[in-house]
Design a protein. Structure first.
Length: 144
């Protein structure tokens, strides 16, 4: 199964990163790091997310200030433990809702897009209750 990475519409993030954008950045970094098996460069993230390099650099500065990412001397980006935990939380929601939607008969592309929207609006508490009440029988799609 091909990994997905959050896509943006190309607009620069606001001065302070909104929660949905922050989650999309973290999820994208997480998935790229998993795919490449190494820290990533900002240009890789900007290409993947269809954003300008300056927008990604501003966002990385905010995420670094929040303790969610680290940048080394060569500007490689990696998630901190806290950032990885948050990214996995968002990705688990995405995988769950995508699997539920596909299981209900929604086509894969629509399920992908709608899961991306749902992952940002559902609280952790509601998500935990849903997973408990409606567990997936095939957990192969949920592998953060």
């Amino acid at each position: 199964m091909k990994e997905r990475t959050a896509k943006f519409d190309g607009r620069a993030p606001s001065r302070l990163i909104k929660n949905e954008s922050k989650e999309d950045y973290l999820e994208s970094i997480y998935l790229l790091q998993r795919e490449l098996e190494r820290p990533i460069r900002s240009f890789e993230l900007s290409e993947q997310m269809n954003l300008s390099k300056p927008s990604v650099c501003r966002a990385m500065n905010h995420l670094r200030d929040e303790g969610l990412v680290e940048m080394d001397g060569d500007y490689y980006i990696s998630l901190t433990d806290q950032g990885e935990t948050e990214a996995k939380r968002v990705y688990a929601k995405h995988c769950y809702f995508k699997a539920i939607l596909i299981g209900a008969g929604v086509d894969e592309e629509t399920a992908e897009n709608e899961a991306c929207r749902i992952e940002h609006i559902i609280s952790d508490k509601s998500f935990a209750l849903l997973r408990e009440k409606y567990p997936l029988t095939d957990r192969s799609d949920i592998n953060p």
